[in-house]
Design a protein around this ligand. Structure first.
Ligand SMILES: [Zn+2]
Length: 228
């Protein structure tokens, strides 16, 4: 697919500096929301203004700042509010389904589970799903047209926390240093939060400058993360 056909918008939303992404096929005019949360009407309005039809939503992981739900006594709008507006498929890693159900109180039938071998089609755009456990058991990244939407697995200059329910630091080491590190160097990185001075990077740059992708061994990684 030509670069011009890739529809990709990075939208900063909410008080936790979340990036929500709209991704799709600019020619077929179909798009999905990655991590629908914080302001569903605003996201649907942007799609409408761009003339894009919403065909689904992709979930990177279960945390309420990415999918909605209760967080420290505050109700964050997300997937349930999206489903009230549009009856679209919600794609998430199969390992994440029980966690998402707990956070949102929805049924399994509301979700379409995928795994690390899956590809999701948006118009003529194939989106490759990469299972990257560590931050959560079913964390996943989405690769399309040379762009990687990485959720809370890989940030610019850092990586996701591993001290939360379902986190596993050894899994995160593998996800960063075995899976994501093997992607082409010019893969453009789009993280789940605006935690750096820039809003995008590349896998090549992170391999050179991000300490969490440069550990020789899982032991060194764990020590830096505060384990052992
Ligand atoms: Zn998270």
């Amino acid at each position: 697919m030509s670069p011009q056909r890739l529809y990709l918008r990075q939208i900063l939303l909410g008080p936790m500096a979340n990036f929500v992404y709209l991704i799709g096929d600019a020619e077929k005019r179909e798009a999905m929301i990655v991590d629908p949360a914080w302001d569903i009407p605003a996201l649907l309005r942007i799609l409408d203004e761009d003339g894009m039809k919403l065909t689904g939503a992709l979930v990177t992981h279960y945390h309420p700042d990415h999918i909605g739900g209760d967080l420290m006594g505050h109700r964050i709008p997300g997937v349930p509010e999206l489903l009230e507006q549009r009856a679209v498929k919600i794609y998430m890693n199969k390992e994440e389904v029980p966690w998402v159900k707990r956070v949102l109180g929805l049924e399994s039938s509301d979700f379409t589970p995928v795994d690390g071998e899956s590809s999701v089609q948006i118009g003529d755009l194939p989106v490759r799903v990469i299972h990257t456990p560590g931050h959560t058991p079913g964390s996943q990244c989405f690769l399309a047209g040379g762009k990687l939407i990485s959720g809370d697995t890989l940030f610019i200059g850092s990586c996701g926390r591993v001290d939360l329910p379902g986190s596993n630091p050894e899994d995160l080491y593998d996800s960063l240093n075995r899976k994501l590190k093997n992607l082409p160097e010019d893969t453009v990185l789009y993280p789940g939060h605006n935690y750096a001075s820039e809003t995008e990077s590349t896998i090549g740059r992170e391999k050179r400058t991000n300490a969490f992708m440069r550990f020789e061994s899982v032991e060194d990684f764990l020590r830096t993360m505060g384990y052992g």
